[in-house]
Write a protein that binds this ligand. Sequence first.
Ligand SMILES: [Fe+2]
Length: 256
Amino acid sequence: MIDIHTHIIHNCDDGSNSLKLSIKQIKNMIDKGVTDIVLTPHYMNIYVQTDAKIINKQFKELSEATADLKVNLHKGGEIFLNPGSNYKIDKKLCIGNTSYILVETNMGEFTPGVYELLFKLVKKGFRPILAHPERYNYIMNNPEIAEEFMYRNIYLQVNAGSIMGIYGQKIKKTAWILLENGFAHFLASDNHCRTDEYILPLAIKAIRNRIDDYTAELLTQINPKKMLNNEKINYFYLKKQPVKKKGFFENILRKL
Ligand SMILES: [Fe+2]
């Protein structure tokens, strides 16, 4: 099991508030069968710690403190995409040595300019993964917008907590719609270290019961493994792309 979205680096964001807690959480995750953890602190204007130097220092400290444990830690970030963001998005914010980058944006209203920002990243060779699309109001109201992101070469990561209903029924329903339609490439915990209960195995079990073993494996092992190896992952795996003729702009995007 590979968890690609966590807030376990201590004293960086609204996740872990101590090195001790980070180590405890990592040990718990190992016990539950996690082999690789991607550490994705928020890069957001409200956190002073968007300073990469601080995050690098804390990551090093955590890596050294857990060096004897049987787990691989990978550094990434959860990058808030906004036309007003005050930090530069460069390859150092990608996951490990890959081109994959975890992003989020405004969960309420659709932010004008987001498609353009994402397109700029795709053109530069980034492979953006949109964190928890099921929590976005406009996707809850119209889940097909998730598919629109996929046409724009954006991967989608559903939260385990959404599957289990911890953010409410509407988000839970949307999460299942995304999974059942093939509008999800990853399932991750988004672990903020607020509880001892590690939710990813519970969500995997729920997917095995409601969909199948393969989907659970695809989202938590097969695709994450490919991502860590910087291999390309298929955007469409369940629903066929319609054969209707696409516009010039969309054809260019698909070739990237
Ligand atoms: Fe997160």
